[in-house]
Ligand binder design. Structure first.
Ligand SMILES: [Cu+2]
Length: 138
């Protein structure tokens, strides 16, 4: 009985080791996808990866990485972003980011959009991401 209780308790405790900090979304004019940024912090002792992202505000959300190829920036889709133990992974302009596509309603700077981050340990974190204008500083 005690072992079972400990196993059940282990799940939220583990999830609590991951945090999504400084989330924000760069809004772009109609027709262009928005980009989402944040810092993923892993306070735990084991590696964790961001393995999925979804949002009730967008029809499709993908994890992208911008790569500099001879001065030309291009984006590739990635399946996951590793967050090392006692470390962090940064989603920022020019690197990893969320690509938020097919908005389900009009989204403008000043609003917040809801995004669910799904991690390899099975935990999820729902984040209200503030939407900033296209010319917001990086
Ligand atoms: Cu992208």
């Amino acid at each position: 009985m005690l072992a079972l209780a400990a196993a059940l308790l282990a799940v939220p405790a583990f999830a609590a080791g991951i945090a999504v900090q400084q989330p924000w979304v760069r809004w772009l004019p109609v027709g262009l996808p928005a980009a989402g940024y944040a810092t993923l912090v892993n306070a735990g002792d084991t590696p964790v990866s961001l393995v999925g992202v979804s949002s009730p505000d967008y029809g499709m959300v993908m994890i992208h990485r911008s790569l500099d190829r001879g001065g030309m920036e291009r984006m590739v889709m990635v399946n996951s972003i590793p967050v090392p133990p006692h470390g962090r992974a940064v989603l920022a302009p020019g690197g990893y980011h969320l690509m938020l596509m097919q908005p389900r309603h009009a989204i403008r700077p000043g609003m917040r959009v809801s995004v669910r981050f799904e991690f390899s340990d099975g935990s999820t974190i729902d984040v209200a991401m503030p939407v900033r204008p296209a010319n917001a500083p990086d």
